[in-house]
Design a protein around this ligand. Structure first.
Ligand SMILES: NC(=O)c1ccc[n+]([C@@H]2O[C@H](COP(=O)([O-])OP(=O)(O)OC[C@H]3O[C@@H](n4cnc5c(N)ncnc54)[C@H](OP(=O)(O)O)[C@@H]3O)[C@@H](O)[C@H]2O)c1
Length: 503
């Protein structure tokens, strides 16, 4: 196979494009035919032997790929050859084939293309973990993103907006800031030509910034930290400037703020459930067009070194991608379904979640309609995934050929519990309660599966807050009357009283 090889440590110009033996998957690995490889900052560090992982020479850089599984080890059960996947391989991705541990490989969402898939996990995964889990960013707060047009930076701008923050994007050129504006940034600071502290004072009317997302480090860190608000959170994400800042310890004391480390790779390893939850939410947002990675340029494998060099030269806005092989994306049935779904969602999209200030304010909504979710298409992929998770493989759900022959309209039917389990996802779209630690499912009353949901149909949920019950420990129980509407059907797919516990 062809690969871009690091035979001796050095700058991108030392990488060589040549033939090398194909790797063989170990028992717990899959072999992926690589279609695209996302370029990330560690690629620049790993070839110079400046990264925390030090693969033996020769090796290919490239830690994030998409492609097709072409072989697998005997212990791999959840994935099969032919699956379209995205994967975090660490290195080895700038090659026609790469082996990856199965637990670092994820099926591509229906309708997702290889370029999007290779640019998703790393940037969005890092920035979502930083903003959601480390900063606990709240709607209405201010968020400053440094290096805002870089890979993780631009993802933070987009996600910050989606999470309801006022986003201040800071970067080294007006050209880069233009992209941040397109992605929804509310305020722009060019830190080459403007004074960062003075601009932040002006923008926040002296209050300071609630959350600072810093993937750059170096000279920007201290003026940024000096501009933080009372109880602010400073996220230490990376040191793209090459300089680890030394910060005066008196600043966190005076500001009552916290300086918080972000290490997405370790988070994914130590807290796999939370990480999978985050990835699921991100993939859903990608699928419905709420977030969209900005691709700077697509390079071919032979010129992959240029992609790394461009990133090191601060030329890249968003993400550089290396395309491997001369493939053309085949439009799949599911991709056109996903496009239709996105278009339809655009027509009917809810105006965003209902924002409730705090637990006490919930009572004001008793007896009122909370809202209606976006439409969601129930695909065969979802039905199959549900069957695998619940071990319920009845043919009416998963056997397309039998369904064609025997079902009245030739379609499989989703598990009733599948529609039911989508309730949390829909509720999450409809309601955001500020200043709460958790919002969890507590129980279900009077659940009925009324109309069967056939593969390819669209559902959405309507919810009314029937009652709010205060608990001794300060938590409240919400009783929500929920109805899952099935497009084109007279009666709902599912109805129930959901009970949620909010603390
Ligand atoms: N903690 C984690 O879990 C985690 C995860 C992913 C990435 N990271 C780290 O986050 C940092 C950014 O990664 P990325 O993939 O977003 O990189 P990127 O796309 O290259 O973005 C980095 C940004 O930093 C700015 N920068 C300032 N000085 C620079 C220099 N000397 N060389 C290059 N860029 C410089 C550039 O913006 P301006 O030109 O506008 O200043 C650039 O757009 C890296 O240090 C990476 O290791 C950490």
């Amino acid at each position: 196979m062809k690969a871009l090889l690091c035979q001796q440590h050095g700058l991108p110009t030392t990488l060589v494009f040549q033939d090398t033996p194909s790797p063989i998957p170990a028992a717990d690995e899959v072999l992926i035919e690589v279609k695209a490889c996302g370029i990330n900052f560690p690629d620049a560090l790993i070839i110079q032997d400046k990264y925390q992982f030090k693969p033996a020479l020769p090796f290919s850089p490239g830690g994030e790929v998409s492609g097709i599984i072409i072989a697998k080890g005997e212990k791999v059960t959840q994935l099969k050859t032919g699956d379209r996947v995205l994967a975090l391989c660490g290195w080895g991705g700038l090659a026609e084939q790469v082996t990856v541990k199965a637990d670092r490989v994820f099926p591509m969402a229906p309708g997702m293309d290889f370029i999007t898939a290779a640019s998703t996990l790393y940037n969005y995964g890092t920035s979502y973990h930083a903003l959601k889990d480390r900063a606990i960013l709240q709607p209405g707060e201010t968020l400053l993103v440094l290096g805002a047009a870089g890979g993780v930076g631009i993802a933070a701008v987009e996600l910050g907006k989606l999470m309801g923050a006022t986003v201040i994007a800071a970067a080294s050129s007006d050209d880069k800031l233009e992209l941040c504006k397109e992605k929804g940034a509310d305020h722009l600071i060019n830190y080459t030509s403007q004074d960062l502290r003075a601009r932040l004072k002006e923008i926040t009317s002296d209050k300071g910034v609630d959350v600072i997302y810093d993937p750059v480090g170096g000279k920007l860190a201290e003026p940024a930290l000096r501009s933080i608000a009372w109880k602010g959170r400073y996220l230490v994400v990376g040191f793209a400037s090459g300089e680890i800042p030394q910060l005066p310890f008196n600043l966190p004391l005076l500001k009552g703020c916290s300086v918080t480390g972000v290490f997405w790779g370790s988070f994914a390893e130590r807290e796999p459930r939370n990480s999978m939850q985050n990835l699921g939410e991100l993939l859903q947002w990608l699928r419905t067009g709420k977030i969209k990675q900005s691709i700077y340029k697509i390079y071919d494998l032979e010129h992959g070194a240029e992609a790394i060099q461009d990133m090191m030269d601060r030329k890249v806005k968003g993400k550089a991608i290396v395309k491997i092989g001369n493939w053309v994306e085949e439009p799949t049935a599911s991709s056109s379904a996903a496009k239709k779904e996105t278009a339809a969602i655009k027509e009917v999209t809810t105006t965003g979640p209902l924002m409730i200030e705090n637990i006490a304010a919930l009572k004001n909504y008793t007896g009122k309609k909370i809202g209606t979710s976006d439409w969601l298409t129930v695909t065969q992929e979802m039905i199959n995934g549900f069957a695998s998770a619940t071990l319920d493989f009845q043919w009416v759900h998963i056997d397309i050929e039998k369904a064609k022959a025997w079902m009245p309209d030739g379609k499989t039917i989703a598990h009733g519990y599948l529609s039911m389990s989508l309730a949390s996802h829909f509720l999450y779209q409809m309601i955001t309660i500020k200043n709460v630690r958790s919002f969890i499912n507590y129980g279900i009353n009077k659940a009925r599966f009324i109309t069967p949901v056939k593969e390819g149909s669209r559902i959405r949920m309507h919810a009314t807050l029937a009652n709010v019950e205060e608990q001794d420990n300060g938590a409240v129980k919400l009783f929500l009357n929920c109805e899952m509407e099935l497009e084109g059907a007279e009666k709902p797919a599912y109805a129930a009283e959901l009970i949620s516990l909010v603390m």
